[in-house]
Design a protein around this ligand. Structure first.
Ligand code: GCW
Length: 661
């Protein structure tokens, strides 16, 4: 009898479990066939193909599908073709993974209510390696993670495996992400201990059928710490042997291991410079041990020091002399901007400048500097702004996209990376809309020609609804949201005026000159009685000279610098006339105020959306928007009241007066 009651209870709650609207399903809300169909034919058999078949048999409601391996040139990579008639669909690819990607393409189209009777699609990825960087620590915490603890339960592995690991792989495969760095670039040497490698192997085995290769961030001092070598000098034979043996140990466990990501001589991490060696000496030593197995080294260019006159210049100064000195399985991983994932930065001047060294972009999906998981900020416009930036390195049209995807310079392999925003929160990313940033990175890594709008459109339809009354306004909100965040945080090229080490709220008054001048907000905004902004022109730090002509001239001249970067490159007088006739001070007030109003508009817009979606996600987003609106006012008040102590000018009358004192 008791059992019977349990059954009744289960029956009653089942629909709620199946349709839980807590965001855990991400964009993978494919309809479930009441029983699996048998609609897929294929001339190949592999765990990857089995996944493709299962997905289609469970979720596809259209015509029968043939999945076929076919002959394509090597350049087709993980690409696929989809051809259809009203009676049948054929997916063709060079590899099983290509067929899996083609299958997800169909399911995604179905979600967007596309038509399938006359398809003629050909897709191939822009980049070979489409990689997430997790900043996950071995103790389960995540550096700059705002969605709970790490998905990797190191203490449970290798014996107990969370089902979320496979769900993670599936979500990534559905957007074409094919690689992951499991651990923080501030890497613990323990990551390379034998017991941890056995745990890593288990994850690699789960990810493999989904086409995802595992990489590890490694600590440069690992040989000394783990192997008791005298030092970790890359030219020390014992050190080289230690790495060689370690590589062999790794590849025995994980034959398709991807390689190493290295943060060296950056923010206190060890590196080759500790022994008077260069980044190239360090990177090449690792590249040599990985080479026999096909592994690569992603060597980060994120370096700066308190002694530098302008942090934005240092990576260029350190890396340019090394151009052409790296092995061919090394790629330099460069943050999109020269300082640090700010709401807006110009592109990093190293892009295009190292002509003999492959380069890849590092974006940050986790919103370290964009309101953590509290603010709705859709990042595709930021990613696109960077990828579409023309560096002029090889003449007009030398965009970062073309430099990094091999179009402009032939490359042995190409890659693109981003710091993940994923954690064990039910909805994976903390904010429901932060899922769109994971999705957007994957989509752009697959096709860097897509527009932010296309990606938002896909994501909204897959994640929420196809109803135009929802799609159109919400898309508009997403597309403007990055500029809105810039407006209420750091308009006109202001940067790094965040509070403390957490980088959440404003602290333009922050002055850590006694300890680290280069972490002080005052170092970046340089407000004084004359004006505001960092002079990086010839009269200042001359960072502009690191850009190719004509950009060095354009950025070097206050008149031609785009106004959205004017305070990045110039110390601008408070009464300087902006293009719209306002003074710089008035423009600053106006931008902060605009940001606040924009968030309030999002609140009003969102309030009307309940009829189109579920109550749970509606109210969770609503609550987050409330925080964002309050934070926007906090930013505006803090920054305007502080800068006013230098400008000595009134806040214009048509602008909402600070509510804070
Ligand atoms: O953005 C800064 C972060 C650090 C981070 C570092 C880096 C992993 O504040 O937390 O460390 O950059 O990218 O190495």
């Amino acid at each position: 009898m008791k059992n019977f009651r349990h059954y009744i209870l289960l029956f009653l709650i089942l629909p709620f479990i199946a349709f839980a609207e807590d965001g855990s399903q991400l964009w993978l809300r494919y309809p479930v066939n009441s029983k699996p169909r048998n609609i897929v034919n294929s001339n190949s058999k592999s765990p990857t193909l089995e996944i493709a078949k299962k997905e289609l048999n469970n979720h596809w409601s259209g015509q029968p599908i043939d999945l076929k391996i076919d002959k394509f040139p090597d350049s087709f990579k993980d690409g696929y073709k989809i051809i259809s008639t009203p009676k049948k669909i054929t997916v063709l690819a060079k590899t099983d993974l290509g067929l899996l990607y083609g299958s997800y393409h169909l399911l995604n189209l179905q979600q967007q209510k596309g038509s399938f009777s006359n398809l003629n699609i050909e897709e191939k990825p822009s980049y070979d390696i489409r990689i997430l960087n997790h900043w996950d620590n071995l103790d389960g915490t995540i550096e700059r993670g705002y969605a709970g603890h790490s998905l990797w339960k190191w203490e449970d592995l290798p014996n107990k495996i969370s089902p979320r690991c496979e769900e993670y792989a599936r979500a990534n495969a559905s957007v074409g992400i094919n690689a992951t760095v499991l651990n923080n670039v501030n890497a613990s040497p323990n990551m390379l201990r034998e017991d941890y490698l056995k745990k890593v192997k288990v994850l690699a085995d789960i990810f493999r059928p989904y086409g995802i290769k595992v990489y590890l961030a490694v600590n440069f001092s690992s040989p000394k710490v783990l192997g008791n070598t005298k030092d970790s000098d890359p030219l020390n034979k014992d050190v080289q042997k230690w790495w060689k043996d370690k590589a062999s140990e790794i590849y025995k466990l994980i034959p398709d291991f991807g390689g190493f990501l290295v943060k060296a001589n950056s923010e206190g991490e060890p590196g080759p410079q500790d022994y008077g060696r260069t980044h190239a000496d360090g990177a090449n030593m690792m590249a040599d041990v990985l080479k026999p197995y096909g592994g690569i080294v992603m060597w980060r260019a994120f370096v700066y020091s308190p002694s530098s006159d302008d942090r934005a210049k240092q990576a260029y100064l350190e890396f340019m002399p090394l151009d052409g000195k790296f092995r061919d399985n090394v790629i330099i991983q460069i943050k999109n901007g020269p300082v640090d994932f700010q709401p807006r930065e110009p592109f990093h001047p190293l892009f295009g400048a190292m002509k003999k060294t492959p380069q890849m972009v590092e974006f940050q999906i986790t919103q370290e500097y964009l309101g953590h998981s509290n603010h709705l900020v859709y990042l595709a416009p930021l990613f696109k702004e960077n990828l579409d930036s023309d560096t002029y390195s090889d003449g007009k049209g030398s965009t970062i996209a073309k430099i990094t995807d091999g179009t402009l310079r032939s490359a042995k392999f190409t890659a693109i990376s981003a710091v993940a925003n994923i954690g064990e929160d039910t909805n994976w990313t903390g904010h429901h809309f932060a899922q769109s940033n994971w999705f957007a990175f994957g989509r752009l890594a697959w096709n860097n020609d897509l527009t932010s709008e296309q990606i938002a459109d896909e994501w909204i339809k897959m994640t929420f609804t196809n109803d135009d009354k929802f799609v159109t306004p919400v898309k508009e909100m997403m597309l403007t949201s990055r500029e809105t965040a810039v407006d209420y945080m750091m308009p006109l090229g202001l940067h790094h005026i965040f509070a403390g080490g957490h980088h959440y709220g404003p602290e333009p008054w922050g002055d850590y000159k006694g300890t680290r001048a280069d972490w002080s907000p005052v170092y970046y905004h340089r407000a004084d009685a004359q004006g505001l902004g960092f002079d990086r022109s010839k009269t200042g730090s001359d960072a502009v000279s690191q850009y190719f002509p004509p950009l060095n001239e354009i950025y070097g001249n206050i008149k031609t610098t785009p106004e959205n970067l004017i305070l990045w490159f110039h110390h601008v007088p408070w009464d300087y006339r902006m293009k719209d006739g306002k003074t710089m001070w008035e423009e600053l007030c106006y931008k902060y105020d605009l940001g606040v109003h924009e968030v309030r508009d999002y609140q009003k817009l969102w309030n009307k959306m309940l009829p189109y979606i579920d109550e749970q996600r509606f109210s969770e987003v609503k609550d987050k928007l409330k925080i964002q609106a309050e934070d926007a006012v906090w930013w505006k008040d803090a920054c305007l009241l502080y800068f006013q102590t230098y400008s000595n000018r009134p806040i214009p009358d048509n602008i909402e007066k600070p509510v804070h004192k």
